[in-house]
Design a protein around this ligand. Sequence first.
Ligand code: ZN
Length: 228
Amino acid sequence: MSGALVVFSGGQDSTTCLFWAKKHFDEVHALSFFYGQKHSRELDAARAIAKEAGVPLDVQDVSFISRIGRSSLTDPSMPMDREKPQDSFPNTFVPGRNMFFLGIAAVCAREKGIRNIVTGVSQTDFSGYPDCRDTFIRSMNVTLNLAMEEQFVLHTPLMWLDKAATWEMADSLGVFDLVRTRTVTCYNGVEGDGCGECPSCRLRRRGLEEYLERKNRASRPEGDVSHA
Ligand code: ZN
């Protein structure tokens, strides 16, 4: 029996990964983190979605992350970057977050006898966070194996997908509506379509519009240009 542990935030990407894992593995566990994020609404969403998916969820408190590094996602006094700075990443970056998450996930997976770890990071993410890149994940995979003398496999089903393709994957997994209405991706903690204003909501909406437009075009009969 093959098992997988999904690093799960209750957002669009990791929820899609949760259902991807359910399709590919016999036994799926989810792990969420409280890292000092300003909005605990996303953890509520994670709990509700995991319950509905029939996946056991563990929540670890790693709020020390917000005390040792600064990010506008954890520091209420820091105004959030609305655009990506030209030569850097936005201050919504949480330094070390994915490194800590994956390290802890690997320890938890090992305790359960699981070697597959799934994370929803994507290199095509517009923010350009360094700990979402393929190079980092590969390096971390090697490091985790060396650290615990294990054969972990880090799975990143969304690594090369843009947001439209991520919506498409959710749809093909039969969870389009669940992802659309129940997840919290918004940096302001608003469920579903979110606040509509923050960078995360704008990215999510652009991908959704692109996907729905593509889907509508594909479902139109050949030669029908009435809606073109
Ligand atoms: Zn938002």
